[in-house]
Ligand binder design. Structure first.
Ligand code: TGC
Ligand code: FAD
Length: 389
């Protein structure tokens, strides 16, 4: 019998549980009907579709793998499969969900007080409020240990000064998790929108992740009570623990983007005729499609394997680096190669591969650049750190 789904060459779908398949199908169906048709326009306009946030909340996609406080409490694999479907549509959409659930909500869920959790998590889970996560600064991206933003005690309060850069959801967020240096080390603070001294400015003219908001955050004498500090966050380890969660979603998401490119290229190659034959009949085209299908399927296998490790509670940060490095690097190659199969038709937003390729440039860079993940794996292999001075 022919393969029922050539995009799932290895039949990984058959290894999923009924619940996992149901969640994947439900997310995919919602996105196909409600979101996919509008994506090229959002991308062209450089607009994030804010109006769909409550719908994402209703589907349980926000803080999906967190327990309690209105969150869906799914497994890691289920969360990963949702990310895969989201990024098959657009990396900007998956970014929104990653930042909301794995960075903003996770930072509160893991490091917050009971009061902070009860106040923020239900509204963030429902999509009634939006969160962001400010770690990167203009002068400190890959090296957050040297961040300049500082929080100084003043009586019972804290006063924050500094600038955060490249912050997803920055200007639309109701609450920002801000990481700052204190006398006792790095600490996290929840800064509500409208706090005096806190302002945002959107980064314009992006060639990548256009359907996503990216902002600069300025903290100029922002005064906060101690109850705004995340009480359990102690040192750089805390934000890096949040990053593991978002990086996990990305290593699944990248597979979705790549799979969407491959699907588009196969459809085109089997219908576009040159020299009296479908271009998919040419050996060179089949080589491209086969190489990329191997890559998409082995990336999916890797993601699923890492998801099973995460659900077993044994996933290590360097394994997340293996997944993010491999799957994003592979996805960007797939997007570019699939674009070539589309010829001239591949350069507008009518087809997805070039949009995915330019989005994936951001994905390759954020959440730890490919170089940082490569060096993290290098450290695991050799025991020698390329970062330590
Ligand atoms: P190092 O001395 O190695 O570590 C400091 C402390 O942190 C611990 N640690 C981790 N803990 C949990 N998970 C990890 N992945 C961890 N990596 C390190 C470490 O054990 C240590 O703990 P302790 O208790 O002993 O102090 O730190 P380093 O300064 O040498 O830097 C290491 C390096 C380069 C790997 C790290 O700085 C890094 O990951 N840099 C990349 C920064 C980054 O990824 N930024 C992302 C910003 S957020 C974002 O991009 C959102 S995009 C969102 C979207 O739209 O999807
Ligand atoms: P740099 O750290 O200056 O790196 C520049 C180049 O130098 C890279 O190639 C890098 O790999 C290389 N390099 C640096 N150090 C080393 C080294 N030791 N060895 C070898 N090469 C090295 N951040 C947030 O905090 N929150 C967000 O929500 C967020 N969203 C983002 C959204 C978008 C669209 C983008 C583009 C970025 C976002 N970021 C966010 C920031 C992102 O995490 C940083 O861009 C990333 O960590 C890299 O930092 P940088 O841009 O300062 O580059």
């Amino acid at each position: 019998a022919p393969l029922t789904n050539p995009l799932d060459l290895l039949d990984l779908g058959s290894t999923l549980s009924e619940t996992e398949r149901d969640i994947q199908r439900t997310v995919a169906a919602f996105l196909t009907d409600r979101v996919r048709p509008s994506v090229p326009k959002w991308f062209d306009d450089g607009a994030f579709p804010r109006e769909i946030v409550p719908e994402l909340g209703k589907l349980g996609l926000l803080g999906m793998h967190l327990e309690g406080y209105g969150c869906a409490g799914t497994s890691a694999v289920e969360y990963g499969l949702a990310c895969m479907e989201l990024e098959a549509v657009d990396s900007g959409l998956r970014s929104f969900v990653s930042v909301q659930g794995s960075l903003s909500m996770f930072s509160i869920h893991r490091f917050g007080s009971e009061e902070q959790k009860q106040h923020w998590l239900p509204q963030l889970a429902a999509g009634e409020a939006i969160g962001c996560f400010g770690l990167t600064e203009p002068d400190h991206g890959s090296d957050p240990a040297h961040m300049r933003t500082r929080a100084v005690r003043d009586g019972g309060d804290w006063v924050l000064d500094g600038t955060k850069m490249w912050i997803t959801n920055g200007s639309i967020a109701d609450v920002a998790t801000i990481w700052a240096r204190t006398e006792e080390g790095i600490r996290g603070f929840l800064v509500p929108r409208g706090t005096p001294g806190f302002s945002t400015r959107d980064i314009k003219n992006k060639l990548s992740l256009r359907a996503s908001v990216t902002s600069e955050l300025v903290l100029d004498g922002v005064r906060l009570p101690d109850s705004a500090r995340l009480p359990l966050a102690d040192g750089l380890r805390a934000p890096l623990t949040c990053l593991n969660e978002a990086r996990f979603g990305i290593l699944f998401g990248a597979v979705g983007a790549a799979r969407d490119c491959l699907r588009t290229a196969i459809e085109y190659a089997t219908t576009r005729v040159q020299f009296d034959r479908p271009i998919g009949a040419f050996q060179l085209t089949q080589q491209k499609l086969t190489d990329r299908a191997l890559s998409v399927n082995t990336s999916a296998l890797l993601a699923l394997h890492l998801g099973r490790l995460k659900d077993a509670g044994v996933l290590r940060p360097e394994q997340v680096s293996v997944g993010k490095l491999n799957n994003v690097r592979e996805a960007i190659t797939t997007a570019r190669e699939c674009r070539t199969i589309l010829g001239g038709s591949g350069i507008t937003t009518e087809y997805s591969p070039l949009r995915h390729a330019v989005n994936l440039e951001s994905v390759l860079t954020y959440e730890g650049t490919s170089e940082i993940h490569l060096l993290t794996v290098g450290k695991a292999l050799t025991g020698l750190s390329a970062f330590a001075g």
